[in-house]
Design a protein around this ligand. Structure first.
Ligand code: XMP
Length: 527
C-alpha cells in the first residue's frame, strides 16, 4: 500500500504542528490558521496513529472537532499514545471531549446543543487564556458537553450552555476548548492559537509560504536534474505559480503548453502568452485551437455534452503537443501539476503522486506518456500559493484571478449552441462587468463575477425604435470554497452603470438582469 501520509516536502528547519482530523467541517481551517500564525501544519486523518505523528517530530498536536458523539458506535476514538508523545496537545470541540473522556472527565450528551454565537466567561485564565478578556464571544457547535474536567485538570471557563468550555493541565501539557478558535466569530481565537503554538509549544513562528521558495527550487532541481519538463498552463493561479517555480529551478528545461480553446475571457489568452513568454521568458507553445473546438461544439447545447467535447478535445490537443516535446532521447519526462494541499487532503492525505487531476485543464493523459509528476505546490493552501506567486513577481491580475471553469464561456452561453458570435458577445459583456467590478475595487471581495448569455431575446425601446435583443445576466457571488455561495450585494449605482454600459456599448443587448440565487439551492454556474 502506498505510504498514506509521507511528510510533505517542506524545509525541515521550520517547526511543525500536526492537526488530526476527526471529520470536523473546520479541520482544514484549523491547519490554515496555524500556518497564518507562522507555524507549518499538516492535517492528517485521525487513524494514522501516534507513530506516524511522531515521525514528523511536531512541536504540538491539535485534535480537531468532528460530527460524532464520543458515545456513538464507531465514533473515531482517541489513541491514548497520542497523549504520551511528550508534546503539548490542544483538543478542540470533539477533540476536547475525547481528551475528557479518555482521562476520566465527565462528558454527557446534553438536552440542548449549543450552535452558533455564545459567550465565554473565564473563571480562571490559567496558561491558555492568560491576558485575554474575562468575557468574550465564541463560536460553538456541539451537543455532547463536558460537565467536569479530568482529575488534575483546571476548568478555566464556561459558556451559556457548557459548564466546562475550556480546561487545562499545565503539568501534563494538555489543553481543551469546546469552542472553535479557528472561525472569525471567535474574535480572540487566533490569540488562543498563538498562545498555544508560541508560549506552550515553543514553536519558532517563522513559517511563511513565500520563504519556502528557495527550498522548493532546490527540491525541484534535485528531482528533475538536467532533464526536460513540460507544464500545461491554463492561465489560472495554480498552474501559473507552479510553472514559474519550475522555471526558476530549471530554466529553459521547462516548456509550457497553453491551449487556447477560444472559450477564454477577453484578452486572457494574450495576457498569458505575454506574461510567460515576454516577461518571464518561459519557453511557451501557444496553440490557437479556437476553430477546432468550435467545429466540435457545433450543434451541441446540452451542458454535459459540451463539457465532454471540450474536455476530450483539450486532452487531444495537449497530448499532441506533449508527444512532440516528449519524443526523442532528450524528450520531456516530467509533467508539472498545480496540485494543492487541499487536493492532497481530499484524496486521503496520501502522496497520491499517480493521480493526475481528471480536471480537463491538464487532465487525464494516457498512461503510455509515462510522465513523472512534479508538484511544487502540494504543501500549500490556495492563499499561500497566491503569496508565492506575488513573491515570484507574478502580476497582481494573475495572482488574484477568480476561479474560471475549464470549459470556459461555453457553459455560460446557455440554452443553446456556443457559436463564435454568441461567445464574442458574452466576452464583450463580461469585459464590461470585470472592468466595472475592478474599478469599484470589488474584484477580490467576490469569489466569482461573470455574465451569462441565455438564448433569450426580449423587446426593448431605444431611440424611439423597437429593439429585439439579448438578455445578459449578471452573476456575482461570495464564497469560501464554492461548496456554498451567497449572491453578492453589489451597490445599485454600480449595477446601473454596468447595465447602462452593456446596453449602450453592445448593440445586440437590450436588457440586463441580476441573478439573486444563493447556492444551494442554485449552483454558481448556470450550466
Ligand atoms: P457550481 O456551478 O457547481 O460551481 O456551483 C462550483 C465551482 O466550480 C466551477 N465549475 C467548473 N470548473 N470545470 C471546472 O474546471 C467545470 O466543468 C466546472 N463547472 C463548474 C465553478 O465556476 C465554480 O467555481
Amino acid at each position: 500500500m502506498a505510504d498514506e501520509s509521507a511528510p510533505l516536502d517542506v524545509p525541515r528547519n521550520t517547526d511543525e504542528v500536526v492537526v488530526l482530523d476527526y471529520g470536523g467541517q473546520y479541520s482544514q481551517l484549523i491547519a490554515r490558521r496555524v500556518r497564518e500564525c507562522g507555524v507549518f501544519s499538516e492535517l492528517l486523518p485521525n487513524h494514522v496513529g501516534a507513530e506516524e505523528v511522531a515521525r514528523r517530530k511536531p512541536k504540538g498536536l491539535i485534535l480537531s472537532g468532528g460530527p460524532s458523539s464520543v458515545y456513538a458506535k464507531g465514533a473515531p476514538a482517541l489513541d491514548p499514545a497520542l497523549l504520551e508523545l511528550g508534546i503539548p496537545v490542544l483538543g478542540i470541540c470533539y477533540g476536547m471531549q475525547l481528551v475528557a473522556q479518555a482521562l476520566g472527565g465527565d462528558v454527557q450528551s446534553a438536552e440542548v446543543g449549543e450552535f452558533g454565537r455564545s459567550t465565554l466567561t473565564v473563571k480562571e485564565s490559567g496558561r491558555l487564556l492568560e491576558g485575554l478578556p474575562l468575557e468574550q464571544a465564541c463560536w460553538m457547535s456541539h451537543r455532547d458537553t463536558v460537565y467536569a474536567p479530568p482529575p488534575g485538570f483546571t476548568a478555566l471557563a464556561s459558556s451559556t450552555v457548557s459548564p466546562v468550555a475550556a480546561f487545562e493541565s499545565v503539568e501534563k501539557a494538555i489543553y481543551g476548548i469546546q469552542f472553535h478558535p479557528e472561525v472569525v466569530h471567535t474574535p480572540f481565537g487566533q490569540d488562543i492559537l498563538k498562545k498555544f503554538l508560541g508560549d506552550i509549544c515553543g514553536c519558532d513562528m517563522t513559517w511563511s509560504a513565500a520563504n519556502i521558495v528557495d527550498d522548493q527550487i532546490r527540491l525541484i532541481r534535485e528531482q528533475i536534474g538536467d532533464r526536460k519538463v513540460i507544464c500545461g498552463l491554463s492561465g489560472g493561479v495554480d498552474s501559473s505559480v507552479a510553472a514559474l517555480l519550475v522555471h526558476r529551478a530549471v530554466g529553459d528545461q521547462l516548456t509550457c503548453v497553453f491551449v487556447d480553446h477560444g472559450m477564454m475571457r477577453k484578452n486572457e489568452g494574450d495576457q498569458v502568452v505575454k506574461t510567460f513568454r515576454d516577461t518571464f521568458k518561459v519557453p511557451l507553445v501557444a496553440v490557437d485551437a479556437e476553430t477546432r473546438f468550435l467545429d466540435k461544439l457545433r450543434g451541441t447545447s446540452e451542458p454535459e455534452a459540451k463539457r465532454k467535447i471540450i474536455g476530450t478535445e483539450f486532452i487531444r490537443v495537449f497530448e499532441e503537443e506533449a508527444l512532440k516535446l516528449a519524443s526523442g532521447g532528450e524528450g520531456a519526462k516530467y509533467l508539472v501539476q498545480g496540485t494543492l494541499y487541499s487536493d492532497v487532503i481530499e484524496s486521503g492525505g496520501g502522496t497520491g503522486a499517480a493521480t493526475i487531476k481528471s480536471h480537463h485543464n491538464v487532465g487525464g493523459l494516457p498512461d503510455d506518456l509515462q510522465f513523472e509528476l512534479v508538484e511544487p505546490l502540494r504543501a500549500l493552501f490556495k492563499d499561500e500559493v497566491r503569496a508565492v506567486g506575488a513573491e515570484l513577481g507574478l502580476p497582481e491580475r494573475l495572482v488574484w484571478r477568480q476561479p474560471f471553469p475549464g470549459p470556459g464561456l461555453a457553459i455560460r452561453v446557455v440554452g443553446g449552441e456556443a457559436t463564435k458570435e454568441r461567445l464574442d458577445l458574452l466576452r464583450d459583456a463580461d469585459a464590461i462587468l470585470q472592468d466595472e467590478i475592478r474599478g469599484a475595487g470589488l474584484y477580490r471581495d467576490l469569489w466569482q463575477s461573470f455574465c451569462v448569455l441565455p438564448d433569450v431575446r426580449t423587446v426593448g425601446v431605444q431611440g424611439d425604435e423597437r429593439t429585439y435583443g439579448y438578455v445578459v445576466v449578471i452573476r456575482a457571488v461570495t464564497s469560501d470554497d464554492a461548496m456554498t455561495a451567497d449572491w453578492a450585494r453589489l451597490p445599485y449605482d454600480l449595477l446601473e452603470q454596468i447595465a447602462a454600459r452593456m446596453i449602450g456599448e453592445l448593440r445586440e443587448v437590450n436588457r440586463v438582469v441580476l441573478d439573486i440565487t444563493s447556492k444551494p439551492p442554485g449552483t454558481i454556474e448556470w450550466e
